[in-house]
Design a protein around this ligand. Structure first.
Ligand code: GDP
Length: 418
């Protein structure tokens, strides 16, 4: 439930990006960080070369690749509202299965990136099943629409057949492979055309006539999928009326959270602005921390459980999900705060280790900067400096509170599957 204290959370998204190796996870993540960072951290940059330079610099500094959770801001292109998007690094590919599983516990939604010339590959299937197990709402991004062999239909049919899921294509590509020219938004019914190969200049217009037959067919399917989860859309569907954009978004979002349908987007992360609609879709279709089930904890030496809904005024319940050694500040413990507020300088109790520890500095990690903050509230992610004993999967609670262990996958460091 949204209250005054929790209202900020409606504009929070905690997401992961998962993909088969080579499908474009790194490129997609970098573009997202570039576009979200551009508006807030590094000012306007106009040409594609600048995008690349920025990304090269970031790669050298290793920030985009190594921060376990990066905080970005995104203004929705259609509504103009600003959102905080925390991108949680789902560890690379299949080797770190346990780490992937742990990160699933920390995120509220995920973007599954597919290579549209390959369809759904085996590793994607593995990660998809892990996300199923943790009930993680997802949207799918059919990347590399510009590549030889690209086929949006292949990705849609693979989602249906290999993953046994219902795809809800919310976009349609204008051209494929070398002819890929842009995206049709099937919800807002607009065409987004790239004016150059770099994709950093886009014209938004009415849908060109040549695509209308296909668009009508795809949209009818989409409305049908939305109608299955939402009564307002169902009523309109039965009456042969068009639902509004808001009704469609709401219905599809509900479908994502209820895990029956998965919005599917298409595009190319290599086009500089190729991820903007993806960011809009993250905001539209993935849930806020208020919309996912509360994390559950077990009270020590008992069978009794307690739920911790996202509320900054509740009891502190946080999970350490990644430890990193930083050359400048030493040990960084990445945490997700589920409930309560973690303050710098306070004492917390590590319920997994049975130890009281002092919280030193708190950091919010951005793509190209670190921000010292005095507190991290429920729903937020960040890094703690100063915890000596916390390990991955450990539960942190308030000093003096009932000893509770959050459900997590409490396994030592990465288990590498050979
Ligand atoms: P990851 O292994 O999933 O992180 O994949 P990367 O982001 O490293 O991408 C793998 C390769 O695919 C790189 O050479 C990228 O330049 C390329 N790539 C990524 N996105 C696209 C795309 O949209 N179109 C094309 N043609 N290549 C892409």
């Amino acid at each position: 439930m949204t209250t005054k204290a929790t209202s900020y959370l409606t504009h929070f998204r905690n997401i992961g990006i998962a993909a088969h190796i080579d499908a474009g996870k790194t490129t997609t993540t970098e573009r997202i960080l570039y576009y979200t960072g551009r508006t807030h951290n590094i000012g306007e940059v106009h040409d594609g070369a600048a995008t690349m330079d920025w990304m090269e610099q970031e790669r050298e500094r290793g920030i985009t690749i190594t921060a376990a959770a990066t905080t970005a801001k995104w203004k929705h292109s259609a509504t103009g509202e600003e959102y905080t998007v925390n991108i949680i690094d789902t560890p690379g590919h299949v080797d770190f299965t346990i780490e992937v599983e742990r990160s699933m516990r920390v995120l509220d939604g995920a973007v599954a990136v597919f290579d549209s010339s390959q369809g759904v590959e085996p590793q994607s299937e593995t990660v998809w099943r892990q996300a199923d197990r943790y009930g993680v709402p997802r949207i799918a991004f059919s990347n590399k629409m510009d590549k030889t062999g690209a086929s949006f239909e292949l990705v849609l049919s693979d989602i249906r057949e290999r993953l046994g899921a219902i795809p809800a294509p919310i976009q349609y590509p204008m051209g494929q492979e070398g002819d890929f020219k842009g995206i049709i938004d099937l919800v807002r019914m607009k065409a987004h055309t790239y004016n150059n190969d770099l994709g950093d200049d886009i014209t938004v217009s009415e849908i060109p006539e040549q695509y209308m037959d296909k668009v009508r067919e795809m949209r009818a399917q989409l409305i049908e999928a939305a109608a299955e989860v939402d009564e307002a859309v169902m009523m309109k569907f039965l009456e042969g009326e068009e639902p509004t954009v808001e009704e469609m978004v709401l219905a599809l979002r509900k479908g994502t959270v209820e895990k029956r349908i998965f919005p599917v987007l298409c595009g190319s992360a290599l086009k500089n602005k190729g991820v903007q609609l993806l960011l809009d879709a993250v905001v539209d279709y993935l849930p806020s921390p208020l919309e996912v089930p509360a994390i559950r904890g077990t009270i020590e030496d008992s069978e009794e459980t307690r739920d911790f809904p996202a509320d900054p005024e509740g009891k502190l319940a946080a999970l350490a999900f990644k430890i990193m050694a930083d050359p400048y500040v030493g040990r960084l413990t990445f945490v997700r705060i589920y409930s309560g507020t973690l303050s710098s300088g306070s004492y917390v109790f590590n319920a997994s280790k049975g130890k009281r520890e002092r919280v030193g500095r708190l950091l919010r990690m951005h793509a190209n900067s670190r921000e010292d903050v005095t507190e991290l509230r429920a729903g937020e992610l960040g890094a703690v400096i100063g915890l000596k004993d916390a390990g991955t999967g450990n539960t942190l609670i308030g000093d003096g509170d009932d000893k509770v262990l959050l459900e997590s996958i409490d396994v030592p460091e990465p288990v590498i599957k050979l």
